[in-house]
Design a binder for this molecule. Structure first.
Ligand SMILES: N[C@@H](CCC[C@H](N)C(=O)O)C(=O)O
Length: 279
């Protein structure tokens, strides 16, 4: 099987062109290939497939074999892969990609003939508890458009979560201490599998640097801590704007790099960031 390793801000995936491949246990393959000692080593597996409604279809699988609805870092590299391999013509100004979260449009950014970044139309964020999904006391969630600063108590901790769906589920918390000091490897698994989340959740910890810059770390559903998460950065930008910490544009600084998020408060979210090949 031929594969390519690519990463967006250090969030790395193994890419396989599955257009002519027979159906497979992709979840099992993702578990095996993602292993950093006995496999290739990655945060998961991304498949290139044919689509009836867009230029191509993307499927992504986490390290534990579960399938994610959307991958903001992976989709930028997906567009780079598709154009640089001639699967879609280089002359196109944008690539449409069918995902479980809907069709997303990616505009590549060039450095000479090579794509080194991309801007993605990520769709509108959703907030209803049933859209996340999160099971809350109906007395709390009734008639609420958004759930902001919802308290949970994983371990000895008290966290206030804001819920955002970017096609996949996110829970964002803002903390006063530097994100490096947060015990993400202890608390992340407890939040990911907290009983209020029937499909588990991606968990973001954020510290406010100023009104245009946020520092963050992400515990991803199915993959653990990653160096960056594109949908997570979108959820962070959206939650931060909702809470009045930042405005329409924010830079989210993650361990693997910086992602820029634009959201005007009503319409689509836009994500911009690097797209690189692993060597
Ligand atoms: N790293 C991705 C998100 C991958 C999927 C996520 N772990 C999930 O299960 O929802 C990104 O860049 O968005």
């Amino acid at each position: 099987m031929e594969f390519t390793k690519m990463h967006g801000a250090g969030n790395d995936y193994v890419y396989v062109d599955a257009r002519a491949m027979p159906e497979h246990d992709w979840g099992q393959l993702s578990q095996a290939i993602s292993d950093r000692h006995f496999g290739v080593g990655s945060d998961g597996l991304i498949l290139v497939m044919d689509s009836d409604v867009a230029d191509l279809k993307m499927r992504m699988f986490n390290v534990d074999g579960s399938e994610g609805e959307m991958c903001g870092n992976g989709i930028r590299c997906f567009a780079k892969y598709a154009i640089e391999r001639g699967i879609v013509p280089r002359s196109v100004g944008e690539v449409t990609i069918d995902t479980m979260a809907g069709v997303r449009t990616v505009v590549p950014r060039y450095d000479g003939s090579e794509i080194n970044a991309a801007r993605v139309s990520m769709g509108k964020p959703r907030f209803a508890p049933s859209d996340i999904p999160v099971n809350l006391d109906p007395a709390i969630s009734l008639n609420r458009q958004t759930i902001i600063n919802y308290a949970i108590h994983p371990g000895d901790f008290r966290l206030f979560l804001t819920f955002v769906s970017m096609g996949n589920p996110h829970a964002v918390t803002f903390i006063d201490q530097p994100v490096e000091e947060f015990p993400l490897h202890n608390i992340g698994p407890l939040v990911e599998r907290h009983p209020i989340f029937p499909k588990r959740v991606n968990f973001e910890v954020v510290n406010i640097r100023d009104d245009g810059n946020l520092d963050a770390r992400v515990w991803e559903r199915g993959s653990g801590e990653t160096m960056a998460c594109g949908t997570g950065a979108c959820a962070i930008g959206v939650a931060s704007r909702l809470l009045g910490h930042t405005g329409d544009r924010v830079a989210v600084h993650l361990p693997g790099g910086t992602l820029t998020i634009d959201w005007d408060g009503t319409d689509e979210v836009y994500l911009e960031g690097p797209a690189g090949r692993g060597f």
